[in-house]
Design a protein around this ligand. Structure first.
Ligand code: AMP
Length: 114
């Protein structure tokens, strides 16, 4: 199976500004930031999307969720607040078929999103 873009980043085959990694996930700066802080948190396992995740991924998803707060604190955006986004599928605006959590902060966010 061809590696996904985010697998290649996690495996350091494509350069990225990695801000956090452990045995289950990697976080790096979005190449086209939509906020002063814009990080993508991805599992090393190439789960295609939230819709493709299964019960076997429960612990992995919990791990990712808990890492969001750690990363936000490390980036200095936890206190002021931040936005997390999980785009799923074409209508959800997902462009990379490897589950990823956008962590965005450093400015005031609007709602609803476009
Ligand atoms: P999504 O539209 O939710 O699938 O988000 C994909 C995100 O990946 C976008 O915000 C892109 O800017 C970002 N992206 C694409 N290629 C790279 C890359 N090589 N390094 C870092 N971020 C990337």
């Amino acid at each position: 199976m061809e590696k996904t873009l985010f697998q290649k980043i996690a495996d350091r085959e494509i350069p990225a500004q990695i801000v956090y990694e452990d045995d289950r996930c990697v976080a790096f700066r979005d190449i086209s930031p939509a906020a002063p802080v814009h990080i993508l948190l991805v599992p090393r396992k190439p789960v295609t999307s939230l819709a493709a995740a299964g019960a076997e991924d429960a612990e992995l998803l919990a791990h990712l969720m808990l890492k969001v707060g750690d990363i936000a604190r490390a980036e200095g955006i936890a206190e002021g607040g931040f936005r997390t986004v999980l785009n799923t599928g074409a209508d959800g605006g997902q462009t990379v078929p490897h589950l990823h959590i956008h962590i965005m902060g450093g400015r005031s966010m609007q709602w609803p999103p476009g």
